[in-house]
Design a protein around this ligand. Structure first.
Ligand SMILES: Nc1ncnc2c1ncn2[C@@H]1O[C@H](COP(=O)(O)OP(=O)(O)OP(=O)(O)O)[C@@H](O)[C@H]1O
Ligand SMILES: [Mg+2]
Length: 462
């Protein structure tokens, strides 16, 4: 069912390699952790309960790929995956989101995932139903009753000839079906009934813990008319989508979806906590902010350790959710985290600072490499953009120079340097149609040379 199940650690690393250069240790740790979940699934019940996930902290300077690893992981991951920023949370009682909400969010991710899979299973049926509903609207009465009975027939109570009418109506219906499929009515407006979403009433007093409200209001919603239908006009094109979604909803067994999702969250769920370093720092430096920081850590503890969190789909046990935390830790150290929390993250991996050689590869190799992006962008203006190998080298070297002279912002430097380098080309692109622009070391020197020599200038510009 999961793609993940079939991926070996090496394959996971290979997938990450497509987007992230270097950082072997981090990739390896993550891959092992993922694979261990799959292995755990195969153990007998007693042992499976015992095996706790080995949570990971990724430590590395800014802009070296921590968040990028998380993003790519989530894409290739068949498991429910949530990425959150630790800074988004505040201690219970403060304004902000409570830490437990991450579990509810993960559950929502899983629900959507399971529903999407179920959707695949029912889509054919739902499409057929949708077509019939639209035909019913287009040809009211055609299905069951004779088509537009003549007034005299009605008055005189004439006896309709069922067979004849049936055949006629059926063939009309089929003709319309045919035309509908050919897209001949796409812009025709019809009246549809749509379920009204009645929520605004709660938003007024929902405050920060909307999900909790949501939790308790399931039953009350009906009183406020949550199931009321509302008539509205829509083109068949738009109506089809609305009706299809409603039919899908009807066909999907929500309880079953919730059960499956819950199981997945508990057994395979992954939460990536980014910016963990920003809630580290024990010293009470700035008053309230720090109190709240440590509070966030304390609130995190039970969740990471394993506890039950109430969601609208029932209690979720977090004991086997895998947590991957990441942070630059240049203002603080992992040892500034409260000791209990440190212990919950037994695996530490360091990501290395990136140098000129890494930049060369980052500029060219990943599937989303910057140079590839700019080439594609300019191609839409019918400009062929080329970079000589020497140019890539030069650019990487310069990016590295700026990083070492001002502040090391890692691969993010490439974004600023590239943007500045290609500013003129980007600006004049519409007039350069049909040309080939070759970026050479000379071109780079001309555009960037003076700025890079002048530290003050590069501080502002690059
Ligand atoms: N090793 C790498 N390979 C390819 N691209 C990278 C690499 N490191 C960083 N990048 C690119 O640099 C940008 C910033 O990286 P990312 O968001 O992962 O930084 P980070 O490590 O999370 O930093 P921070 O600590 O500031 O959050 C992204 O656009 C990413 O694609
Ligand atoms: Mg980041």
């Amino acid at each position: 069912m999961f793609e993940l199940e079939t991926l070996s650690p090496k394959q996971i690393v290979a997938e990450l390699d497509k987007y992230i250069i270097g950082q072997k240790k981090a990739k390896k740790a993550v891959a092992i952790a993922l694979r261990n979940r799959v292995r755990r699934q195969k153990l007998d019940d007693a042992m499976r309960e015992e095996v706790a996930p080995k949570n990971i902290i990724m430590i590395g300077p800014t802009g070296v790929g921590k968040t990028e690893i998380a993003k790519r992981l989530s894409k290739l991951c068949g498991a429910p995956f949530l990425k959150v920023e630790a800074t988004k949370y505040t201690e219970v009682g403060y304004v902000g989101r409570d830490v437990e909400s991450m579990v509810r969010d993960l559950m929502n991710v899983a629900i959507n995932m399971v529903k999407a899979e179920m959707r695949e299973q029912v889509i054919k049926e739902a499409e057929a139903r949708t077509e019939d509903i639209i035909l019913d609207i287009l040809l009211p009465g055609v299905k069951n009753k004779p088509q537009q009975p003549q007034p005299d027939q009605v008055n005189q109570g004439a006896i309709p000839l069922p067979e004849v009418i049936d055949e006629r109506t059926i063939s009309t219906r089929e003709k319309f079906r045919d035309m509908l499929r050919k897209g001949m009515f796409e812009d025709k407006e019809i009246d549809i009934n749509v379920s009204k979403k009645v929520m605004p009433a709660f938003e007024i007093f929902s405050g920060s813990n909307f999900e909790e409200m949501d939790l308790n209001l399931g039953g009350i919603a009906g009183i406020f008319g949550n199931n009321k239908k509302k008539k509205r006009k829509a083109t068949i094109k738009n109506a089809r989508e609305v009706i299809l979604n409603e039919e899908i909803d009807k066909l999907i067994d929500t309880d079953k979806a919730a059960d499956i999702a819950k199981e997945r969250v508990q057994e395979m769920g992954i939460i990536f906590i980014d910016e963990i370093d920003k809630v580290a720092g024990k010293e009470n430096r700035g008053g309230g902010v720090d109190v709240s920081r440590e509070g966030v850590q304390r609130d995190l503890l039970p969740i990471v350790e394993g506890s039950k969190v109430n969601t609208k789909y029932g209690m979720i046990d977090t004991a086997h959710i895998l947590f991957i935390a990441a942070g630059a830790f240049h203002m603080s150290k992992p040892s500034d985290l409260i000791p209990e929390l440190q212990g919950r993250f037994p695996i530490r991996v360091e990501l290395e600072a990136l140098g000129a050689e890494d930049f060369e590869r980052i500029l060219t190799q990943p599937e989303n490499a910057l140079i590839k992006q700019y080439k594609e962008l300019l191609k839409t203006e019918e400009i062929t953009l080329e970079f000589t190998d020497d140019a890539v080298k030069r650019l990487s070297y310069l990016a590295q120079e700026v990083n070492s002279k001002t502040e090391n912002i890692g691969a993010r430097r490439l974004h600023t340097v590239m943007e500045f380098l290609l500013e003129d080309v980007s600006f004049e692109a519409t007039e350069l149609k049909g040309q080939t622009i070759s970026i050479t070391p000379e071109y780079i020197n001309e555009k960037l040379g003076t700025i890079i020599e002048d530290q003050d200038l590069s501080r502002y510009i690059l």
